[in-house]
Design a protein around this ligand. Structure first.
Ligand SMILES: *Cc1c(COP(=O)(O)O)cnc(C)c1O
Length: 394
């Protein structure tokens, strides 16, 4: 048995250090990182602002637990509240923990408001919400739940984007609708602004809550702080993680005050959640993402990428079926397995991530420059050509 539990199909690569958009091996081989630690390293690798924040905090204090006030938490929560729909924030260590917190809050809200029978949550098929027992039940995909015993009760799944099915699935026991604005693991599938607005209406009509899982779409990834802002709506509860810590394990549940009011002292907790180290880095990440012109930069590079990718689709129609996504959350729907493309890209020293629906995800650090994006597009071009010439050889 391997000492590390073999739950991952890892690539035959390991890295020693990083600089911006680049990951570097111990033998000084440089890879263009368009996996971004799976949409995590928004500020790039080795970002001096993040490094200094962590080092300064490491010299002072690492951990005290939530038995005491944590200044960095109060500051980060206040800033997230000021920048979003939310009135209150609970800090976690991961996305799965944030989604769990969001689900608990939705149930607790109805319980506190005279409707304890409302505990069920409606979700879209193809979603991904983490690997805990409740979050795999929320996603409902066989590949996540098979072999893990009775599935946590309380989730109803409807086909992706099917609003009629969604309406029919809502009943007297429904507490909330939960979805990703753009499915990440599911293959960069966007609900679109019209459907997001409709979700808000449906939830309001039914007197239930809207939970958005923005673990992957949030923190500037789509060109707004949170993706739902493109639709001009607000959720009642939002789960954040991935980019929020820029590589330091951090997540958060954001909520409105009417939801937050149900979470009284003792109702929820986390030993590590929001600890001083995580808060120092979280505040430093937010300095960057909310910094002047940062989101404009994301949108500018995203336009360049979009045009480049559409061009690649035209020049490699046998490889690329479609180009998807928003901002720097990009997907290329392939006419083959994403693994084949990832192998061809690795030959070009470029990294990307697979997803469902035969989609290759490109999730670079948001600090990627125009020049680096051009480089990525030419590496993608080369990888497509390599796959084509393999085809002709066969
Ligand atoms: C990654 C992800 C999660 C789970 O986050 P972890 O930090 O791996 O627990 C949940 N929801 C979405 C949309 C994600 O992309």
């Amino acid at each position: 048995m391997e000492p590390v539990l073999p739950t991952y199909a890892r690539q035959p690569l390991s890295f020693d250090r990083g600089e911006g958009v680049w990951l570097i091996t111990a033998d000084d081989e440089r890879y263009l990182d368009f996996a971004g630690g799976i949409a995590v390293t928004v500020a790039g690798h080795g970002n001096p602002h993040l490094i200094n924040a962590l080092k300064d905090q490491a010299d002072k204090l690492w951990h005290t637990s939530n038995l005491y006030r944590i200044e960095g938490q109060e500051r980060l929560a206040k800033r997230l509240v000021a920048a979003s729909f939310a009135d209150t924030v609970f800090f976690t260590n991961s996305g799965g923990e944030a989604v769990e917190g969001a689900l608990k809050m939705a149930r607790r809200y109805h319980n506190a408001n005279g409707a304890p029978e409302r505990y069920r949550v409606v979700t879209f098929e193809g979603g991904f919400h983490g690997r805990t027992l409740a979050t795999i039940a929320a996603a409902g995909q066989a590949k996540l739940i098979d072999g893990f015993g009775p599935v946590v009760e309380g989730f109803d799944h409807v086909p992706f984007g099917d609003m009629d099915a969604l309406r029919s699935a809502i009943g007297p026991e429904t507490a909330a609708i939960m979805c990703e604005p753009i499915q990440g693991e599911g293959g960069i599938r966007a609900l679109g602004s019209d459907k997001l607005r409709e979700l808000r209406e449906v939830a309001d009509e039914a007197g239930i809550l809207l939970i958005l899982d923005e673990v992957q779409t949030g923190m500037g990834r789509t060109g707004k702080l949170f993706a739902h802002e493109w639709a001009g709506i607000a959720p009642d509860i939002l789960a954040s993680a991935k980019g929020i810590g820029g590589g330091f394990p951090l997540g958060a549940v954001l909520a409105t005050k009417r939801v937050g009011a149900a979470m009284t002292p003792g109702s929820h907790g986390s030993t590590y959640g929001g600890n001083p180290l995580a808060m120092a880095v979280g505040n430093a990440v937010l300095d960057i993402v909310l910094g002047e012109g940062f989101l404009d930069h994301v949108n500018k590079i995203a336009n360049q990428a979009r045009q480049g990718l559409e061009g690649l689709k035209d020049s490699h129609p046998d490889i690329i079926e479609d180009v998807r996504g928003q901002g720097l959350m990009m997907g290329i729907k392939l006419r083959r397995e994403p693994a084949e493309m990832m192998n061809a890209l690795r030959e070009q020293n470029m990294l990307a991530v697979g997803a469902g629906d035969n989609v290759l995800r490109l999730l670079p650090p948001l600090v990627v420059s125009e020049e680096e994006m051009s480089k990525a597009l030419s590496m993608l071009d080369q990888a497509c050509s390599a796959l084509e010439s393999e085809e002709t050889k066969k």
